[in-house]
Write a protein of this length. Structure first.
Length: 357
């Protein structure tokens, strides 16, 4: 490691954020007299600017990188003439020619923005800490909202799956939200809630690298009681829970990067149907082989049983012959027939008088 022999000629830098996957850095400079605020994206170590934009009447700026480095969102806070603040977002499309920038305005107060790590989607939490609404947006030719705004949600955090499409709405470190967890699928034109759950006093939420499981935990640093963690599937089914006194932290083992390139992954997804047919044929062959082995095993057990039964039948037949020989040598028993009569009932009827003619 060595220090680059280059200086960045920029004044009044208020904040900067590194791109998660490229040697890019985004920073913003505050207004200075007649010079407007400015957001710049720069490549390192060349220090060549990739894109920039001037902004006016700025009170604060927040920078949000997408994990794949395809997009950058800049949240611009302004104060208009009537002293009401407004939230304007500038979206930089880093992978497109000349890095086009698109902006849109949100009337309500925006608490946070979170990107889908893989897809062209992001989510906004709006409102205040007591009442929050959630909206999802998709970046296409234009920025469009996905479905309707989800109102009155008990959440202050949105955690996306590392593979995108799925996310969890969570209320972390907030008793008012009761530890609510909602599992959403944002893959279609309408967001779909798959399941909801509750982890009271939850402080942290962590997806595993495969995007199949989610861990919610209550650490000792946040609360001193009911420490432990819950394990959930990405669809919201609780799989496991445990309480651990003094529990502090939960971390997933990192997953090594794939050996396949992006081109190979795209080719596999494109030809998935042909691969699926090949796997189905192999599955049928393995099932038929397993069925054949099972039939042979059952036949073998059946033959063993029939041989055992035949042997026992022969032994029983021999015992019967021996018994008959013993009975033939003994004196036959004499039987005496006896008739027994019982008095049941007696009826007496008077004789009727008849007149002779």
């Amino acid at each position: 490691m060595k220090l680059l022999n280059k200086k960045l000629n920029a004044q009044n830098i208020r904040d900067f954020v590194w791109c998660p996957c490229e040697n890019w850095i985004a920073y913003w400079q505050s207004e200075n007299k007649n010079i407007p605020a400015r957001v710049t994206i720069m490549s390192l170590p060349s220090c060549e600017p990739i894109a920039s934009k001037n902004l006016f009447n700025v009170t604060n700026i927040e920078i949000f990188w997408q994990n794949a480095g395809n997009y950058l969102a800049v949240k611009v806070d302004r104060v208009v003439r009537n002293r009401e603040s407004e939230n304007v977002f500038e979206i930089f499309r880093l992978r497109e020619k000349d890095v086009p920038v698109e902006n849109f305005e949100i009337k309500n107060k925006v608490l946070s923005l979170s990107w889908d790590p893989k897809g062209p989607r992001f989510a906004l939490i709006q409102g205040d800490q007591g009442r929050t609404d959630v909206s999802f947006y998709r970046i296409g030719e234009k920025i469009t909202q996905i479905g309707k705004t989800l109102v009155n949600k008990k959440c202050n955090t949105i955690k996306w799956s590392p593979l995108g499409q799925y996310c969890v709405l969570a209320g972390l470190n907030n008793f008012a939200f009761d530890g609510m967890l909602e599992f959403w699928d944002i893959g279609s034109d309408t967001p779909t809630m798959m399941e909801s759950g509750e982890h009271f006093m939850v402080t942290h939420l962590a997806w595993d690298p495969t995007g199949r499981y989610v861990c919610s935990s209550n650490s000792y640093g946040g609360h001193s009681v009911e420490n432990g963690f819950f394990m959930w599937s990405f669809q919201g089914t609780k799989l496991y829970e445990t309480s651990l006194e003094g529990f502090v932290q939960f971390q997933w083992r990192p997953r090594p990067p794939s050996l396949l390139t992006e081109a190979h992954l795209k080719e596999i997804k494109k030809n998935m149907k042909s691969y699926a047919r090949d796997f189905e044929i192999k599955d049928r062959l393995s099932k038929s082989k397993a069925s054949k082995e099972l039939i042979e095993k059952r036949r073998r057990v059946y033959d063993e049983y029939m041989a055992y039964r035949k042997r026992k039948d022969q032994e029983l037949k021999a015992l019967r012959l021996q018994y008959e020989e013993i009975r033939s040598d003994s004196v036959e028993e004499e039987f005496v027939e006896e008739v027994v009569e019982f008095f049941i009932k007696e009826e007496v009827e008077p004789a009727s008088d008849t007149k002779e003619e």
